[in-house]
Write a protein that binds this ligand. Structure first.
Ligand code: PEP
Length: 261
């Protein structure tokens, strides 16, 4: 981490934990954060939709220093979209962040670049923070096409974004081949890609956006990744389901930021 941006760690709980389990994990994190506060790191958890109200309730009542995010939202404001959830519904639950374009949404639920761009604008125009997820498949990296691929995803989602919305944007680089596979990208690969992403963001007048890495981050690899890869934090899947490992990741970011200020 070479920039002085405040680190951000987001736990993507995916389709795990019912509302009782989600409350339990939230409470565990609350106790741990009380005992060892993260002084410099912004923390977000993104539970499944049906858990959000329970998790925001305990975050608020127990004053846990973390925000609640959603893993997805409809690009539409309301109407005949069976099975979808709107941004205004999420705002009513005090959701402050939304992941947009996670590779699992893109690959398994046919979320196209156009839908990603439209969803990002729907979230931003409602004043909610957006985490734009980008990442290449293994086949793209094997042909050394990752930089072009990521540039195209960033341009397609962010080009022409109203300047009022820019401060709401975070980018998460998540190579598909590293998600949930245990195959973490090397610190070098992550470092090269975050520099590339920052140069594209600069051209898009989005230099202030934080750039996160996601892909099999865990309590063991977080500190070297954050220290050596020029990232502003992490988007964490599997390791965010256990309070201990999620806290270790948060503390790695916190300590690294402290040491580099
Ligand atoms: C993710 O789903 O965003 C993710 C990074 O998952 P994992 O940490 O399990 O690879």
């Amino acid at each position: 981490m070479t920039t002085a941006k405040k680190p951000l760690v987001i736990g993507n709980w995916k389709m795990n934990l019912d509302y009782v389990e989600a409350v339990h994990l939230g409470q565990q994190l609350g106790v741990m954060l009380k005992n060892k506060p993260a002084e410099h790191t912004d923390i977000v958890v993104a539970p499944p939709f049906v858990d959000i109200r329970s998790v925001t309730s305990i975050v608020e009542s127990e004053r846990i220093p973390m925000d609640v995010g959603a893993q997805h939202v409809s690009a539409h404001d309301n109407g005949a979209h069976t099975g979808e959830v709107s941004i205004s519904m999420l705002k009513r639950l005090n959701v402050q962040w939304v992941l947009v374009g996670h590779s699992e949404r893109r690959s398994m639920y046919a979320m196209t670049d156009e839908v990603v761009a439209a969803t990002l604008r729907t979230v931003a125009k409602n004043g909610v923070k957006v985490v734009l997820c980008v990442g290449e498949a293994l086949s793209v990296r094997e042909e050394d096409g990752q930089n072009e691929f990521i540039s195209a995803q960033l341009h397609s989602a962010l080009e022409g974004l109203d300047e009022n919305y820019r401060e709401l944007v975070t980018v998460a680089y998540e190579p598909i081949w590293a998600i949930g596979t245990g195959l973490t990208a090397s610190t070098e690969q992550v470092g090269e890609m975050t520099s590339h992403i920052r140069s594209v963001l600069f051209k898009l007048s989005l230099s202030e956006a934080r750039v996160l890495y996601g892909g099999s981050v865990n309590g063991d690899n977080a500190s070297s990744l954050v220290a050596e890869s020029n990232v502003d934090g992490f988007l964490v899947g599997g390791a965010s389901l256990k309070a201990d490992s999620f806290m270790t990741i948060i503390q790695s970011c916190d300590e690294c930021y402290d040491g580099k200020r």
